[in-house]
Design a protein around this ligand. Structure first.
Ligand code: FE
Ligand code: ZN
Ligand code: FE
Length: 211
């Protein structure tokens, strides 16, 4: 049977109408995604302090500390999206971020006290940022399609900060590559290059620098 799209109606209303039925639409997916990212942001406000505590270099500590503040702001901004939908904020368990955070904690356990600690934190941190970037990119577009301009703007502003945080982590990694490329064989925290020329690739971490 032909299903009449409810996408042009208010998303919250549409979502309420269809959430118990089998014909779920984009409004339902949007709402699920908002609950999902709300869960993720709250989870990250608890995960980031552990990474800050384990980080060694001041630039990484600063970047993570400033992103923790932004992340707390993301929780508030997502709550604003709920308010725009006339809904109370509600989190739904997200297996994806649970997996990313569980892996990060595992990696921190293994590498947090080694010379690769900062590399391990960037390694995990960028996984979280990329997850958030994909979600906010989709949710921003869904909001736009559903006619939620204010929500779309809020989501875009979060997306911009996630992208900046990811870029900052790449820059911190690249700074170490630059240091090596300048001809020195050591890094300030005692890491020593084991061999050869550093491979310099835009946006890529040169793992050999942390060996
Ligand atoms: Fe965030
Ligand atoms: Zn999820
Ligand atoms: Fe983030």
């Amino acid at each position: 049977m032909p299903s009449t799209s409810t996408h042009s109606t208010k998303a919250a209303g549409a979502a309420k109408k269809t959430s118990s039925g089998k014909d779920k639409g984009l409004a339902d997916l949007f709402l699920h995604g908002i609950k999902d990212i709300y869960y993720a942001e709250k989870k990250l406000t608890k995960a980031l302090p552990k990474m800050i505590k384990a980080a060694k270099s001041q630039d990484l500590i600063d970047a993570l500390t400033s992103h923790l503040k932004e992340t707390e702001g993301h929780v508030t901004k997502v709550e604003q999206v709920f308010a725009l939908l006339d809904m109370a904020p509600k989190a739904v368990k997200c297996d994806a971020i649970d997996g990313i955070v569980a892996e990060a904690e595992e990696i921190l356990k293994d590498f947090g006290k080694t010379s690769a600690a900062d590399a391990a934190i960037i390694f995990s941190g960028q996984a979280a940022e990329h997850y958030e970037i994909t979600r906010y990119g989709s949710l921003r577009t869904f909001a736009e399609v559903l006619g939620y301009d204010k929500a779309s703007n809020i989501l875009q502003s979060i997306l911009d900060q996630e992208k900046a945080a990811d870029k900052k982590l790449s820059e911190i990694a690249e700074d170490r590559v630059d240091y090596a490329a300048a001809g020195s064989d050591s890094y300030e925290d005692g890491n020593v290059l084991s061999d050869g020329e550093p491979r310099k690739e835009k946006g890529a971490i040169n793992w050999r620098l942390w060996q």
